[in-house]
Design a protein. Structure first.
Length: 299
């Protein structure tokens, strides 16, 4: 919270790259840039910010990193960089260089130790719900398939409107019932399959994801493969529960496996980005089902 480039993804998924390397680099720059500790605190605040900006620019132009990875990296890189910078600043009050040298060596030793540790695998269940003023019968067709989703449908989200993740455009099912394949289209280029494994009309629709091409990472971020070495988006389902006054609770659940050494951090971004996608999809279904229900009442 996440593999087109194995080496690049491996760095991204390590504690060393996320937390220790920026601290080390910031400390080293401060060590060289302020040998006599004559600079103000402002210098130490700015070093990690400028470092993060330079790394991001180099990554875009030379490594062709995507904006999603850079956005995910920036907060922790700057936070870690500030820790390293101000630890180095505090050491300037001490005599000798042994403490400073140790601080520069520790991250390098930690990188070697981390490389020997097993990578944890964690199944994450992400759920969003919405109350729809319509019956399960009105909602079900839009849960199964939604065609021609306009750019003005859905809701405003950070993931779609600020980060730039493509919005769902339509989902098309080739056969009703278990064994059918629903193909989801996002934007103009992204598509993937959902193989239906549960089918209870008006109550539950379940599927397993099947990513038959690389369009997700090609048009989002090359390090974010939904079926790669560090992330596997596994399955999902809609459940519909009739509640009072002709309303229905519609729940969308997505299950994925996080396989990094920074799973807690990756899960935070999964909660934001996948949660935004879920919220947007639920809003589209809600609005369409409520219009259908309203038309039926008027008729």
């Amino acid at each position: 919270m996440l593999s087109a480039s194995r080496a690049g993804s491996a760095w991204f998924a390590s504690i060393w790259f996320l937390a220790l390397l920026p601290a080390l680099l910031s400390a080293l720059i401060c060590y060289i840039g302020d040998p006599d500790r004559t600079r103000s605190e402002v210098f130490y605040w700015w070093v990690p910010v400028i470092l993060c900006g330079l790394v991001s620019a180099a990554s875009i132009f030379f490594l062709r990193e995507g904006v999603i990875c850079l956005i995910m990296l920036a907060p922790i890189w700057m936070g870690s960089g500030w820790v390293g910078a101000f630890i180095m600043r505090s050491q300037r009050n001490r005599r000798g260089r042994s403490v400073q040298s140790s601080f520069l060596i520790i991250p390098l030793v930690a990188a070697m130790v981390e490389a020997q540790l097993p990578t944890p695998h964690e199944t994450v269940v992400l759920t969003r719900s919405i109350v729809v003023h319509a019956s399960p019968e009105d909602i079900w067709p839009y849960a199964v398939s939604s065609r021609g989703i306009g750019p003005d449908e859905g809701r405003w989200t950070i993931t779609h409107n600020l980060i730039g993740m493509p919005r769902p455009r339509q989902s098309v099912v080739d056969k009703l019932g278990v064994g059918g394949v629903r193909t989801a289209y996002w934007g103009d280029h992204v598509n993937f399959e959902e193989r239906i494994v549960e089918w209870v009309p008006g109550r539950k629709l379940g599927w397993r994801f099947n990513f038959t091409n690389s369009s997700v990472q090609d048009y989002t971020d090359r390090h974010i493969s939904p079926d790669g070495e560090f992330l596997k988006v596994d399955s999902g389902d809609y459940t519909l529960r009739r509640i009072a006054d002709g309303k229905t609770e519609l729940t969308l659940t997505t299950r994925y496996i996080a396989k990094t050494r920074v799973n807690p951090y990756a899960k935070l971004w999964g909660e934001l980005m996948m949660g935004d996608v879920q919220d947007n999809v639920l809003t589209v279904i809600k609005d369409r089902a409520e219009r259908t229900a309203a038309s039926r009442r008027r008729a």
